[in-house]
Design a protein around this ligand. Structure first.
Ligand code: PA5
Length: 447
């Protein structure tokens, strides 16, 4: 493994930020017994095939099928529109933002790595109509992604899109559609069978927020020319690093344990993820859903009322130094902050050594934007630590399909393991389901 994610926990520890706010070695040692139990439970469920997200890095045949589809598609369409919400859009969006040119859609056709890419997530009429205002739907592939096949937002946008396609293409309207849904269940699957629409399957045992390494995330990545084999290999590499029950050896367990102890023993009710790279900002959005929906639970596994869960927050460095960091440093000491830091950006931008006579400009000349951003990350981490604000830094040697695969898998394992520490089910989402049911009722759908 050449490019390895590294988690630096120094600034979260009691010897740096003090006993009141930092985690002590003794606390970690005390937690090890509970961690061993959570590990055994997770392992037993994995071995019994009950947690199929663990097997996704090894689904090589599926990846080849997706690559074949993507290569056919890239010759036939200029635009790709991803229709989905929550776990059906946050992963692919994070992958695209992390790995594509930041102005991908604006590049000329021969310089783009794939079709122009758009997302329709919210049923906001201005956004949906706005996209259709200029999009040549005849040159566009629409991917309708919904595991349940029934989410109201996605269903409504699908109906609008299908209508636009029928009007533009007549009987050929289905050629511009692909579905991604459950292999058997749900109305979208039934519709696909009836209308003979090409459909990729999401393993029924993989929840939306754990689905980035299924066709939900892999297909849009492949369509954009991203190396999905390398992404899966990165996830498999991380899987190998996450075999030990030892909280010091296993990066996913370490991340989970520090968050758990910070939350339960030190009042850190909020978990901030703050990438210092524009390309990684949507990873924080993906993590926000994973952490919130998985761990925010009313009852534990014995039915006791517990109301656990940290509130995940996303922030962007250096932008939010000018917005949030004042609060993080001097406001309530209720946060554990995770920085995402990129050691080697794809580009290097040298700062021209002009206007050297001015104090505010002269010192920057000859340095690099890369250096400025990373110095700012380090300065913020140290300033926080100096104010007893615990923080972690996850180092990306580079942003590549491989390191993204490592990131996704590490945090999915961390989330599953945290479920064991909190003694809750991290794989259900009764609160979301409740809201969905009320929407159906209010919009007049039969139960
Ligand atoms: O993680 C989850 O389960 C949810 O956020 C779902 O992904 C989201 O509600 C969308 O569901 P579906 O894919 O069924 O349309």
């Amino acid at each position: 493994m050449s490019e390895v994610l590294e988690l630096n926990c120094r600034n979260a520890m009691a010897d740096v930020v003090g006993e009141e706010h930092g985690i002590s070695e003794a606390e970690l040692a005390d937690l090890q017994e509970k961690a061993d139990e959570a590990h055994q439970h997770l392992k037993a469920r994995r071995d019994a095939g009950e947690l199929p997200f663990f097997h996704l890095p090894y689904e090589k045949e599926l990846a080849e099928e997706i690559l074949r589809f993507a290569s056919d598609m890239r010759g036939s369409f200029s635009n790709y529109v991803h229709v989905g919400i929550g776990g059906s859009s946050l992963g692919p969006k994070a992958v695209h933002r992390a790995l594509l040119h930041p102005f991908h859609n604006e590049l000329p056709d021969d310089e783009r790595s794939g079709p122009r890419i758009y997302y329709l997530e919210n049923p906001d009429p201005d956004t949906v109509a706005g996209l259709l205002d200029f999009l040549d739907v005849s040159r566009t592939l629409f991917n309708i992604v919904t595991k349940s096949g029934s989410t109201a937002e996605t269903a409504a946008i699908f109906l609008v899109v299908a209508d636009a396609l029928q009007k533009a293409l007549g009987p050929k309207w289905k050629q511009n559609l692909v579905f991604t849904t459950d292999p058997e269940q749900g109305d979208l699957r039934a519709l696909a069978r009836e209308e003979h629409i090409l459909t990729f399957s999401i393993d029924p045992g993989v929840g939306g927020r754990f689905s980035v390494l299924t066709p939900v995330g892999l297909l849009p990545a492949a369509v954009a020319g991203i190396d999905i084999r390398a992404m899966l290999n990165g996830a498999a590499d991380m899987d190998r690093r996450c075999q030990s029950a030892d909280l010091r050896d296993n990066p996913a367990y370490q991340f989970a344990a520090l968050h758990y102890l910070a939350n339960q023993r030190h009042g850190k009710t909020q978990a901030v993820m703050m990438p210092y790279a524009d390309s990684l900002y949507d990873l924080a959005d993906w993590f926000r859903q994973l952490w919130a929906e998985s761990l925010g639970k009313a009852r534990d596994l014995d039915g006791r009322e517990v109301h656990v869960g940290q509130t995940p927050i996303k922030a962007l460095g250096a932008v939010d130094q000018h917005s949030q960091v004042q609060l993080y440093i001097e406001g309530p000491n209720d946060k554990l902050i995770t920085f995402l830091r990129v050691e080697q950006f794809r580009r290097e931008v040298k700062i021209a050594p002009n206007f050297g006579g001015y104090r505010s400009y002269g010192y920057l000349g000859g340095k690099r934007l890369n250096q400025l951003l990373n110095v700012e990350q380090q300065a913020t981490a140290e300033a926080l630590a100096a104010h007893q604000r615990p923080n972690l830094t996850l180092h990306f040697p580079k942003v590549t399909p491989g390191t993204l695969g490592q990131f996704f898998f590490m945090l999915e394992v961390a989330t599953a393991f945290s479920g064991g520490l909190y003694h809750i089910d991290p794989f259900d989402q009764p609160g979301v389901e409740h809201g969905k049911k009320l929407t159906y009722r209010m919009m007049g759908r039969d139960e």
